[in-house]
Design a binder for this molecule. Sequence first.
Ligand code: SOE
Length: 372
Amino acid sequence: MSPVRAGFLGGGFMAAVHSRAARAAGARLVALASSSPERAAQAADRLGIGRPAAHVAELVTAHDIDVVHVCTPNRDHAEQALAALAAGKHVVCEKPLATSVEDARAVVAAAAEAGVAGAVPFVYRYHPVVRQARELVATGAVGRILTIDGAYLQDWLLESGDTDWRADASLGGASRAFADIGSHLCDLLEFVTGRRIVALSARTSTVFDTRAGSAVENEDIAAVVVELEGGALGTLLVSQLAPGRKNGLVLELHGSARSLRFAQERSEELWIGSREGSQLVLRDPGAVGDRGLSLVPAGHPMGYQDAFNGFVADAYAVLDGASPDGLPTFADGLRAAEITDAVLTSARERRWVDVAPVPAPPESPAASKELT
Ligand code: SOE
């Protein structure tokens, strides 16, 4: 297939990560649009992307673009994804897919209708040891899953002077910490265990009423108790005010035979616990589940950008008609919106809330639309 021709909306940290991954996947980096033509020109130059676009509409309708990467503030994700889908583009949209369940549903429906691919970067699925953990659960090595202990802790919003658009509910959405990083934790939990969250009870807190002089209307912290299909119970803590935790995503599960623990800041390791003794397994290309995600031999640490590169390579493979195992699609973006909505409802009404079951995937000729 001719190289995928990629366009980018947004010029910040995630646009840099997406563009590096697109380049690694062999794409042509055609154009970038941002909040102004000047910012687009600066970002296109900094990221080595073909040309700046005057605005979003120009980019999503460009004849020489096949895939649009949406890397803008959360409020714009659904609208921009819908515009790209309406133009027949495949879309890789940063999470959250939308800031409401209703908008997320609309994006899922639009992608199915357009018969194009839609992916959302729940990229922690792409660490090889995460696939190994998933395989150990799927093959029964862990036994019956009994409990989950998960957390996603950061410290970049620890001080009242720390802020960015995520702390503005009109740009980031009604949920901040949970929608931003709790969504990764829940996606990883459901992906590794193969079991859905069926009910939850949540509390949230906002430590500072204002940040850098602006009112704050979304949460800094979420504590959630979850019940999974099959009866497993779990506790999840999400905070962006945990000193010293930079990107502290941790998932630990306890089965009737073994326990597993993955810590993203030590992404080459998988802890496997048992009553007879425990082991710390290092990433190994020959391990079950690796599926070719290991790009280098054991002992040569891979990292976050490698995981992202694996995700984008899979997202692009769909354009060739492939169905990569474990690719997070728009359906997973909708799932995250449903769980986030349940967390906000539970915290507001101080009660257990059932989480909407996952609908059957719509029959769609997704990505059957070969690139011309
Ligand atoms: C900021 O919290 C952030 O960049 C998230 O938006 C990403 O999804 C996460 O992977 C790292 O932290």
